[in-house]
Design a protein around this ligand. Structure first.
Ligand code: MLT
Ligand code: ZN
Length: 458
C-alpha cells in the first residue's frame, strides 16, 4: 500500500500541485468519518483538483493504479456514501467557480464544490434564489446535493434537485467528459445523461459543474410554527394548506415533542409556543402579498385543531422559528450514535406509519427513544432511533419492512450510500436492480467510482 501511495502522490502532485494533496494521517481524519460518526473508513490520500480536465486526469491516474475513488463535498451526508474505504478521496472544494447569472434564462452555472450558502448569496444579490434549501447549507455543496438528489424543506413547492438541475458537466467513470450546460428548457437529443447522474451518489461519474434553475426571490416570506395534539391533526393541516395555498406554500415541516426537547436542551431555547404541544408544524408561506393569505392559514390551522401558533415575517424571526426544526439533526448527533432512517411515505399513510414505527422499535429495543421529524407535506419522514445499546441491523430491518408495507421508499432524500444497500430489494425488483447494474457497468467499466455504494459489488 505504501508504495502505491508514494507513486500516487508523485503522479497526482504533478496534476494538482503538492499543496492540494493530503497524505498526512492526521490531516486526513476529517475526511474519514461522516457527520453521524457511524460511518468511518481509511483514505489512501485526498486530492483536490480545480478543473474538469484535472478531475479527468486524476481519475485516469487512479484507474491506472487500480485504486478506487470516492467523491466528497461538504461531508454532510448521512448514509456513509462519501466515507472512504481504502480509496482516494476526491475533494470538490476547489471546483468553486460561481459563473455570472444568466438572467434571461434565470439560470446559473456553479462548480460542484460551491456550498449551498455561497450559491444562495451569489444569486440573491440579483434578486433570485435557489429552489432547494436545507439545514446543512453552510457546508453541503451543490455537487453533493446533485449527486444525492437532495430535497429539503422546499421540495413540496419546487421539487428536489432533479427539478433544479438544468444541466451539468461530469467526468464519467471511464474518464470521458460529458458537458451538458446549455440549460435549454427543451432538449430531447438522445438520452438525458445529466438527469441520469442526479442521485447517482458518485457511482457513475464525478460531477464538476452544475447549471441550476433559479426562482425569483419571493418579496415576502412568512414562517409559522403551529402546535397540534396529534400527528393526524398536523398532517391534515399541512395537506389542507398545500391544497388551499397552492404555490404560496413553500414548506410544511414536522417535528415531534422529543425532537423539540433535544433542540431546546442543546440550543438552550425557550418553548416555541405558549401551549406545550406534542406535534409541531413549521410552515413557510411566500409571495407578493403574504398578509392576504393569513385568513386562509388561520382558518385551516383552526379547523385542524391547532393549540397555539407563533408567526414571524422578518429574517431573524423566521430563522428563530426554523431552528426548532432545522437543529434536530445536530441535536440528535450530540446525543451519541443514532440510527437514522430517511423514508418516503404515501401522504395518507403518514400517521399510521409513525405509530407503527414506535411499536416496531419498542419490540426491537424497549429502551430506545424514537424521534420523528421531516418534510411532512411531501411525505418525507426522518426516523431517528437513540439507544445506549442499539442493534442497527434489527432496527433497519424493522423500519425497512414497514416502509415497504406502506409502498414507501427506503430513501427519500439522503440516498443509499452504504447504509441502505441491503434494503434496496425491498423497494426495487431484481430486473430494476439489474438495469442499474448495467448502467453502472457502462459508465464506470472499471468499477472505480464509489465502490460498494448504492449497489453491492457482485
Ligand atoms: C433534515 O431534514 O434535517 C435533514 O434531512 C437531516 C436529517 O434528516 O437529520
Ligand atoms: Zn431532510
Amino acid at each position: 500500500v505504501n508504495t502505491i501511495i508514494v507513486e500516487l502522490t508523485k503522479e497526482l502532485a504533478a496534476i494538482v500541485g503538492r499543496p492540494n494533496l493530503i497524505v498526512d494521517r492526521e490531516a486526513l481524519m476529517p475526511f474519514e468519518t461522516d457527520y453521524t460518526r457511524r460511518w468511518h473508513g481509511e483514505a489512501l490520500l485526498a486530492v483536490a483538483p480545480s478543473s474538469t480536465d484535472d478531475v479527468a486526469r486524476v481519475l485516469s491516474v487512479c484507474q491506472a493504479a487500480g485504486v478506487g475513488v470516492v467523491v466528497q463535498g461538504g461531508n454532510t451526508g448521512l448514509v456513509g456514501g462519501a466515507v472512504p474505504a481504502d480509496e482516494v478521496v476526491l475533494l470538490t472544494r476547489r471546483l468553486d467557480v460561481l459563473e455570472p447569472i444568466d438572467s434571461l434564462a434565470s439560470q446559473v452555472t456553479v462548480g460542484a464544490g460551491v456550498t449551498l450558502e455561497a450559491a444562495q448569496r451569489h444569486v440573491r444579490a440579483d434578486g433570485l434564489d435557489l429552489p432547494v434549501d436545507l439545514a446543512a447549507r453552510s457546508a453541503a455543496t451543490i455537487g453533493g446535493m446533485t449527486a444525492t438528489n437532495a430535497g429539503g424543506a422546499l421540495a413540496v413547492r419546487y421539487g428536489t434537485m432533479a427539478a433544479a438541475v438544468a444541466g451539468m458537466e461530469v467526468v464519467l467513470g471511464d474518464g470521458k467528459i460529458v458537458s451538458r450546460l446549455s440549460g435549454l428548457l427543451k432538449d430531447t437529443a438522445g438520452y438525458d445523461l445529466a438527469r441520469l447522474l442526479v442521485g447517482s451518489e458518485g457511482t457513475l461519474g464525478v460531477i464538476t459543474r452544475v447549471r441550476l434553475r433559479l426562482i425569483r426571490h419571493p418579496t415576502q416570506r412568512l414562517v409559522a410554527v403551529a402546535g397540534f395534539g396529534s400527528l393526524v391533526d398536523a398532517a391534515r393541516a399541512a395537506l389542507t394548506l398545500r391544497d388551499r395555498l397552492g404555490p404560496s406554500l413553500e414548506a410544511a415541516d414536522y417535528v415531534d415533542a422529543a425532537g423539540v426537547r433535544l433542540v431546546r436542551d442543546r440550543r438552550r431555547l425557550p418553548p416555541p409556543l405558549a401551549v406545550e404541544s406534542g406535534h409541531l408544524l413549521v410552515i413557510q408561506v411566500a409571495g407578493e402579498d403574504v398578509e392576504s393569505l393569513l385568513p386562509v392559514v388561520s382558518e385551516t390551522l383552526d379547523a385542524a385543531g391547532v393549540t397555539a401558533v407563533s408567526v414571524a415575517d422578518d429574517t431573524s424571526g423566521r430563522e428563530r422559528l426554523w431552528t426548532y426544526r432545522e437543529a434536530v439533526n445536530e441535536s440528535i448527533g450530540a446525543q451519541g450514535l443514532v440510527h437514522k432512517f430517511d423514508a418516503s411515505i404515501p401522504l395518507g399513510a403518514i400517521p399510521e406509519f409513525a405509530a407503527e414505527t414506535h411499536e416496531a422499535v419498542a419490540l426491537v429495543d424497549p429502551a430506545a427513544t424514537v424521534v420523528i421529524y421531516g418534510h411532512l407535506a411531501d411525505g418525507n419522514l426522518h426516523v431517528n432511533v437513540l439507544s445506549p445499546d442499539l442493534d442497527h441491523y434489527r432496527v433497519e430491518q424493522a423500519l425497512g419492512q414497514l416502509v415497504a408495507q406502506h409502498n414507501g421508499s427506503i430513501s427519500a432524500e439522503h440516498g443509499i450510500g452504504i447504509a441502505k444497500r441491503d434494503l434496496l430489494t425491498l423497494v426495487r425488483s431484481d430486473d430494476d436492480i439489474a438495469a442499474m447494474r448495467a448502467v453502472k457497468a457502462a459508465l464506470d467499466p472499471e468499477g472505480l467510482l464509489g465502490r460498494h455504494r448504492v449497489l453491492r459489488e457482485e
